[in-house]
Design a protein around this ligand. Structure first.
Ligand code: XMP
Length: 254
């Protein structure tokens, strides 16, 4: 089953479009694994997927701690995303993707800035061979995103000027990416990207809550999945918090 379909099915089954970002801050490294597992077990009924970043891979190790979390997510039938933002030359990118897929991740994130040939092509190839997903960054959620993703560029083929992120949205479509990331903090950009992608490539939107993004605006603009981290992971009651976010998202999806 493709990653896209896996996410779709999971969202239907869990009645949720929330992806839990298990990106815990580094203040208590000794209890990182047990805390991550506890949050996942408490929140799992209200999320359709789990995203992990280097906050866990670096201290816990990919084939030790992180694999334990992946196997719990698999038991719960939740698809997993490694938010590694692959951004190197092709053969290195391929190796990075292979390790994450072999560890059990269903998808990786990648940065279209490096281009196709000798860039992300090998990542898409290995994803196809292993039947996993690639999600492309299109416009990030942080304040300085405009400095890179928002630059005006001249399309080398058509010579027309366009914002960088719209060319990335077009690449997400033509490369047949499994998802496109656009920050929840920029709903107007989500709308523009959605006009290009439609229902062909689902939009994943991080930046909800702590980074200032809302729930309603990104969904109304076209985001399919909301990626939520600290609002859930740092809350006193992760299950209650994630249920509240999930219910708010559900109301907007109707
Ligand atoms: P918070 O705690 O802000 O966490 O809800 C969100 C997590 O998602 C990651 N993040 C991004 N990943 N593109 C991405 O691929 C983005 O624009 C982006 N913004 C945030 C980030 O690692 C954070 O931990």
């Amino acid at each position: 089953m493709s990653f896209r379909l896996k996410m779709n099915r999971s969202a239907k089954k869990t009645d949720s479009n929330i992806v839990l970002a298990l990106d815990l801050p580094s203040d208590q490294p000794q209890s990182l694994l047990s805390r991550s597992i506890r949050i996942l077990e408490e929140a799992h009924s209200y999320v359709c997927g789990v995203k992990i970043n280097r906050q866990l891979v670096l201290p816990l190790g990919l084939f030790n701690g992180v694999q334990k979390i992946l196997s719990i997510a698999q038991d719960l039938e939740l698809p997993t995303i490694m938010d590694c933002k692959i951004n190197d030359v092709g053969h290195t990118n391929r190796t990075i993707a292979e390790y994450y897929y072999k560890a059990g991740f269903d998808a990786v994130t990648a940065n279209p800035f490096v281009g196709w040939e000798q860039g992300l092509q090998p990542v898409f190839e290995v994803a196809k061979q292993m039947r996993r997903g690639v999600i492309l960054l299109v416009y990030m959620s942080h304040k300085a995103a405009e400095e890179g993703y928002g630059q005006t560029i001249q399309n080398p083929k058509t010579e027309q000027l366009s914002p960088q992120y719209l060319t990335f949205a077009e690449k997400a479509l033509s490369w047949n990416a499994d998802g496109a990331v656009v920050g929840a903090t920029y709903p107007e950009k989500i709308k523009e990207v959605y006009r290009i992608l439609g229902e062909n490539v689902p939009i994943y939107s991080p930046g909800v809550g702590v980074q200032g993004g809302g729930v309603e605006a990104p969904i109304k603009a076209g985001a399919r999945y909301l990626i939520v981290g600290r609002t859930i992971t740092l809350s006193e009651n992760p299950a209650e918090t994630v249920k509240r976010v999930r219910d708010a998202a559900k109301r907007c999806l109707k």
